[in-house]
Each structure stands twice: as C-alpha cells, then as structure tokens.
Ligand binder design. Structure first.
Ligand code: GDP
Ligand code: MN
Length: 391
C-alpha cells in the first residue's frame, strides 16, 4: 500500500522530523486560501502515486496569487506524465500547498527492506533531489548504507556514520540530521514499511534541516494491524483490477506483455510465466485464484484478466488440488457465456476432477477454448496464437 506525500509528511512530523507547514487542497480557490494562510512563497505539488513531479512541471514555486492560480489550475486540469507514469499519465485530484524553503543542499535518506540480507537498511546520500537509481548506477560510492539488526534496530554509532556521510559538521545540524534518521527509522518500524524515503532532505542557507518530499510503501500483509494506515487508503489511486481482485481474495499482478495468465498458486504462476517466456511470449499479467475458489470468484478472475486491453490471448493453467478442475471449467463456461471470449483461451487443467472438467468443456463447445495436453503444449499454443502481436 502507498500513501500520498501529504500523508507521509504527517507520519514524519509525528515522529519528530521537521517538515514545512502545508495544506491539502482540491480546488484552485482552496489553493489560494492556503497560500494566504501560509504567507510568503509556497511550493504547489501534485499529490499522486508517482515521482518525477518536479521535472514534469507538477511541483511549482509560487510567489503571488497569479502564480498560485496558474499552477493549481494547470495541475488540476492536466494529467501528469513523468518518467514514473505511463504515457497516458495520471489524473491529479489533490494538491499540496507547502511553505517553500530556500535550499542550500539536497540530501537523500531512506530506509528499505533489504531482502538479500533479510533486514532493513538505512541509506543516505549527499546527492539528493535527483533520482537515486541514477546515483546508484553511476556513483554507488555516493550512497552510505547501514543495516539494522531486526531486534536491536538503529544504533548510535550508525546514526553518527550516516550523518558524517552527509558531510554535516555543525553541531546543531548533526543533531537535527540524527533526529531525522531516527524519526524516519521509527516510522519505518512502527508502520511496517517496505520503504520510507525522504528525497530531498534539505539544508537551508540558515542551517535548518527539513524534509520536503517523502514517499512511503507499506507491507500489505501488515496493514490490518494499523488503523491509521487503513484510514489513509485511497482506492481511487489504485489499479482498479487489483482492487476487484482483492475483493474476491484473488491476487492480480499487472505486467507488460500480452498474454494473460490465470493460475492457482504463486509457484505455478512463476513456472507458467517462465514457460511462456521460453516459448517467446510475454505475460501481460497473472491472476492467482489461490487454493480454494468459487465459480463466482473464478468468473470474476476471467473478467479481470480479459479487461486488460493489452491481453491478446489467455493461458489458463490450473493444478486442481483444493481448487477443483471442474469448478474452474464451470467458471470458464460461465465466463464465456457472460463476457464472451473474443480472444484465444488456452486451457491446461490437471488434478482433482480433471475428467469431469474436460467433459464439461467439450460439451460446452466454446470456440475460443483451446485445450492443451500439458504445460509446454499450452505455452506453445498461446504463444503461437498471439505470435503475430509479438512481431
Ligand atoms: P519529485 O520530483 O516528485 O520528487 O518532487 P519533490 O518534492 O522532490 O520536488 C522536486 C524538486 O523541486 C526538489 O528536489 C527541489 O529541488 C524542488 N523543490 C521542491 N520544493 C521546494 C521548495 O520549497 N523550495 C525550493 N527552492 N525548491 C523546492
Ligand atoms: Mn522527490
């Protein structure tokens, strides 16, 4: 789960990280009112789940009402296209009007889960503001990392090392940066983050240390124990297919290719995608219907997979254990009747009640359904069917 910058700022502020004053607004008039309240220069910032806003023209510094009106109405009436969005961009529904600050230096500070080492890692860099991926690729030595023991957490000497890596020497600034690193780490820990990032953390010419942009991702599996985060959830910013899948306890992962995959079990999904790739295809998504699935849930699964306009063919790969093959077959037939399959749907079923499933499918006489003998056969068939699209 993600949250908006304004929500991330709230969590940071509560953890003792200084952030400039700000207001969230939904209209140009509200933006003007917020500008009045803050007094002086403001930064108007689109609140969307994508970065790269600065370069895209969706972070603007404004000194007077004319500039505020222009910036706010531009952002609220144009979709934002940045390096992190698709070419279709995203709609901007909210703006943050934040007190602007003068910047002397921009730093990067983040805590992320290091899967390789199975613990969180705190990363800082003096090259903040810009995309950290670029720094990591071109100048990895410019990033200082400290790994956190899961039980012990952040230790004093680690804070000292990280702050030193930022090149801070002034006593007050060293203290302030230390508080920021501790505060960010606290948020990461308290809210089960997968990522908590401040980019940039800035130093003003008069020596203040402030967070002026923040990004946070939370572990979906832990959201149930954080009422606070549940209240911050914004369904309008989520992929609608992922939401529908969640409602039916299905997991849906959108990808870039053109073959939709409907499978049961994440491991089976991985091997299905491996075989599709082996035979020259590219998966468009995979939808895991899980162990036990109803006909209704499976029908919804088809609806979701087929609603992705990139999909030119579907591979259904079910190993019937708890999920029975005949349930899936019934769902296939129901979905074909309800939605109509205009695309080839290659079906490989194996396991519990497979004979009954095959019989059902045969009797249904659905033209778009292509039975496969085994997984390799299925992968080959679906790749051949969408082959023309791949050229
Ligand atoms: P992002 O591009 O989506 O990461 O949005 P940011 O909030 O990080 O803003 C991008 C850049 O705009 C920052 O790196 C700053 O250089 C600049 N910026 C943002 N807010 C301010 C501000 O209050 N004052 C000044 N001088 N620059 C700002
Ligand atoms: Mn940023």
């Amino acid at each position: 789960m993600k949250v908006h910058e304004y929500q991330a700022r709230e969590l940071l502020s509560e953890a003792g990280v200084p952030v400039p004053p700000s207001h969230v607004v939904k209209t140009t008039d509200e933006a003007l009112a917020a500008f009045d309240k803050i007094g002086g220069r403001v930064a108007i910032k689109a609140q969307v789940f994508a970065g790269g806003r600065g370069k895209a023209g969706f972070v603007k510094l404004c000194d007077d009402t004319k500039q505020v009106r222009e910036a706010a109405s531009f952002m609220l009436s144009n979709r934002m296209v940045s390096v992190q969005t698709g070419p279709e961009g995203i709609e901007v529904k909210r703006l943050l009007v934040a007190g602007a600050v003068d910047i002397e230096s921009e730093y990067y500070v983040a805590v992320v889960m290091d899967r390789g080492r199975r613990c969180p890692v705190v990363m800082v860099s003096r090259e903040g503001g810009v995309e950290i991926e670029v720094v990591a690729a071109k100048n990895p030595d410019a990033i200082c990392k400290e790994w956190l023991h899961p039980h012990v957490g952040l230790l004093g000497f680690q804070v000292a090392k990280l702050v030193a890596a930022l090149g801070l020497t002034d006593k007050e600034q060293v203290k302030a940066a230390g508080r920021v690193i501790r505060g960010l780490t606290k948020v990461f820990h308290d809210y089960d983050c997968a990522l908590a990032e401040i980019n940039p953390l800035i130093r003003t010419p008069d020596g203040r240390i402030l967070a002026i942009d923040a990004k946070m991702n939370f572990d979906d599996n832990a959201v149930f124990r954080h009422k606070r985060l549940q209240g911050m959830f914004d369904p309008s910013e989520e992929n609608p297919n992922e939401l529908r899948a969640k409602e039916f306890s299905l997991s849906y992962i959108p990808l870039d290719g053109n073959i939709g995959c409907l499978v049961n079990g994440a491991g089976l999904a991985m091997s299905t995608m491996d075989l599709i790739k082996l035979h020259g295809g590219e998966p468009a998504n995979f939808l895991d219907v899980g162990g036990s699935v109803s006909t209704e849930g499976a029908t919804e699964a088809f609806r979701i997979v087929l609603s992705d306009s990139k999909v030119k063919g579907v591979l259904v790969n079910i190993f019937g254990g708890i999920a029975k093959c005949d349930t899936i077959a019934e769902a296939l037939i129901a979905a074909a009747k309800e939605i109509g399959f205009k695309l080839p749907v290659v079906v490989r079923l194996e396991g519990t009640n497979v004979d009954r499933a095959r019989q059902l499918l045969q009797e249904a006489k659905i033209e778009a359904l292509i039975p496969a003998d085994d997984l390799t056969d299925a992968a080959k068939k679906v790749c051949i069917r969408v082959g023309r699209e791949l050229e």
